[in-house]
Design a protein around this ligand. Structure first.
Ligand code: HEC
Ligand code: HEC
Length: 202
């Protein structure tokens, strides 16, 4: 019995150690490869159009990193920021990507996400429920089975920039509708009122 207990103890200790090594390695990798642009807290940099990534779900982060690396996102000559991410991901293997996904998911999302003016949040909510909720979820928490990311953790100017890319055909929106410039402002006014704390992710 004593022997069995010792074995259990050793296995449990090793598991805990392995977990902390993953977290440490992920943290190190993020600092080495990502903080220059996304900053330590993952909130990004508007002057360089760097996305705020803190709190995005692991499945989406790993998928997008693979898409950048494999040329499925950021390949368009007009996608300057996408190309930046393409070059940053070229030497990432799948294991590193998995570590980074876990790390980014664990970061606390940005709270104040409204930087743009104008826009009617009531109109935005109506439009969102009619045209977006079927894929991104009622409260914009994202729906993994549709591969649609949450829109309740990202900063508004970045989301606007991506919608403009969808409209121009620089990035693929996988069947999502493309709002007009005025509709975008309404949608963003509404999306900025939602936050990750309110709802659990699906
Ligand atoms: C040279 C600057 C730079 C570095 C370094 C960088 N990024 Fe980025 N990242 C960007 C920019 C700019 C964007 C916005 C791309 C766009 O507009 O499509 C972005 C976008 C992203 C996105 C997509 C966010 C979304 O909502 O779709 C993820 C995820 C991401 N970066 C993760 C990382 C990780 C993880 C690292 C480290 C391996 C990293 N980035 C390193 C500049 C950088
Ligand atoms: C048919 C499903 C679908 C619908 C409807 C849809 N989307 Fe999307 N959306 C997606 C998918 C899938 C992605 C991820 C694209 C990728 O993998 O690059 C996405 C990505 C986005 C992004 C980029 C997020 C980021 O972090 O980079 C924005 C912004 C967005 N959608 C806004 C909207 C808005 C606003 C509406 C309603 C007007 C809408 N979507 C409707 C499926 C949809």
């Amino acid at each position: 019995m004593k022997y069995l207990f010792s074995i259990f103890f050793i296995v449990a200790t090793l598991t805990v150690e392995a977990e902390s090594t993953v977290a440490e390695q992920a943290n190190l990798l993020f600092r080495e490869r990502c903080t220059a642009c996304h900053l330590d807290d993952g909130y990004g940099l508007k002057s360089m159009k760097v996305a705020s990534i803190a709190g995005l779900p692991r499945w989406y982060v790993t998928q997008q990193l693979r898409h950048f690396r494999d040329g499925k996102r950021g390949a368009d000559a007009a996608d300057t920021e996408g190309q930046m991410m393409q070059s940053m991901t070229q030497t990432l293997d799948d294991k590193s990507i998995a570590f980074l996904g876990k790390h980014v998911q664990s970061m606390r999302p940005l709270k104040a996400r409204r930087t743009l003016k104008d826009g009617d949040k009531t109109l935005g909510e109506k439009l969102y429920q009619a045209d977006c909720a079927s894929c991104h979820g009622d409260k914009a928490v994202g729906v993994r089975s549709k591969l649609a990311p949450p829109l309740n953790v990202q900063i508004d100017w970045y989301l606007q920039g991506q919608m403009i890319k969808f409209n121009k055909g620089i990035r693929s929106h996988h069947g999502g509708k493309n709002p007009t410039a005025a509709q975008m402002k309404d949608l963003l006014a509404y999306l900025s009122t939602l936050s990750k704390e309110e709802v659990k992710e699906k």
